[in-house]
Ligand binder design. Structure first.
Ligand code: OGA
Ligand code: NI
Length: 358
């Protein structure tokens, strides 16, 4: 019997992965050891911190992506998060579905997400880093005054210790997120804590991704090409590999090589707008393979729903006018989520829709 490959997963020919994706000349690798110097930072930057800031600046500008080592998140904490994720996705489907997301609660387990209207070859588990996370109600059409809803996590009963492991992981990676935010502020010649105010009622969430082996890896993608909508993303990947980043210099897809005990950092759309296009939120995707399942854990560092995103006033003047109209984060997030959840006939929301005409 010939099993048909479900057409919902098939990418348009121009978006399918090529059999060999280049791994050479991959994204920058940055050693974060000097990060502890941030705490003592008051006056001028000490030399090591200055070097680090310059590395982050170049990486954000040239790639929008980099890998970090010596990031301060204890390996044991990351290990427990991997174990929790593997344990959860190894449960029988009916157990996983007990915490399935629905029209009311967008958190929990989900296996039918679309990116740009094509189904992703993956299943996920989402939880917010701070509860309750307040966002505009996903059911509302927008345009008018939105109702707000309070999101709460749905924790599965199994595997044992799942919640504890992931709460611990969330705390450790959130700390790293704030440090990276300080570094990015410094690269924009701003005071290190300049951007913290936007994260007071943050809507950050963590996603456990599971990409099962795929019988037609040349037709489908684990996650279709996209840009992350938030401020920045901290991604842990296992040793299988499959994350492809579109290189800014020539538009080629480049595979990100797994490095033990590292995280992959990328600037999201909000950082692109804040920086008034100094930085670019890079397009990326996930290729799958027919042999090995793959796991990854992104932390999406997102501001409060009421934040109006626009080029930072500190960075614009008459000579460098703002390149974007301001937009509301909660509204943007809601619109993007709705189109990933359901297959819609319209293109999903992108920041270039807010770009000012020249
Ligand atoms: C994402 C994503 C990359 C990966 O979930 O937004 O880009 O390697 N994931 O799983
Ligand atoms: Ni992504």
């Amino acid at each position: 019997m010939v099993l048909e490959f479900d057409p919902a997963f098939i990418q348009a020919p121009e978006h399918r992965p090529k059999p060999a994706v280049a791994e050479a000349g991959s994204i920058p690798l940055i050693d974060l050891s000097p990060l502890h110097l941030l705490e003592q930072h008051g006056g001028p930057l000490v030399a090591e911190l200055e070097v680090l800031v310059a590395q982050v600046e170049a990486a954000c500008r040239d790639w929008g992506f980099f890998q970090v080592i010596n990031h301060g998140v204890p390996p044991a904490v990351v290990e427990r998060a991997w174990a929790a994720s593997r344990g959860f996705f190894a449960l029988p489907p009916e157990e996983r579905r007990r915490v399935r997301r629905d029209e009311v609660n967008p958190l929990g387990y989900y296996e039918a997400e679309n990116t740009k209207n094509v189904r992703d070859w993956k299943e996920v588990f989402d939880f917010v880093v701070h509860e309750p996370a307040v966002i505009p109600s996903p059911g509302d059409a927008g345009g008018g005054v939105d109702r707000l809803i309070e999101l709460r996590n749905q924790w599965p009963q199994f595997p044992h210790g799942f919640r504890e492991a992931l709460v611990e992981y969330a705390q450790a990676t959130e700390e790293l997120a704030f440090k990276l935010l300080e570094l990015i502020s410094l690269t924009l010649s701003l005071p290190p804590k300049r951007l913290h105010v936007f994260f007071k009622d943050q809507t950050s969430f963590i996603r456990l991704n599971h990409y099962p082996p795929c019988s037609s890896p040349h037709l489908a993608l684990g996650v279709g090409r996209h840009k992350d909508a938030g401020a920045l993303t901290i991604l842990a990947q296992d040793d299988v590999g499959g994350l492809d980043v579109r290189r800014r210099s020539d538009g080629e897809w480049v595979r990100v090589k797994p490095i033990p005990n590292s995280f992959i950092i990328n600037v999201g759309d909000i950082a692109q707008v804040w920086s008034n296009d100094k930085y670019e939120s890079a397009e990326h995707r996930v290729s799958v393979n027919s042999e090995r399942e793959r796991f990854s854990i992104p932390f999406f560092f997102n501001p409060a729903h009421y934040v109006m995103v626009k080029p930072l006033a500190d960075l614009v003047d008459e000579k460098n006018p703002a390149k974007y109209e301001e937009y509301n984060w909660g509204e943007f997030f809601k619109t993007r989520k709705n189109s990933n959840f359901k297959k819609l006939d319209v293109e999903n929301i992108q920041i270039y829709h807010f770009k000012k005409a020249k």
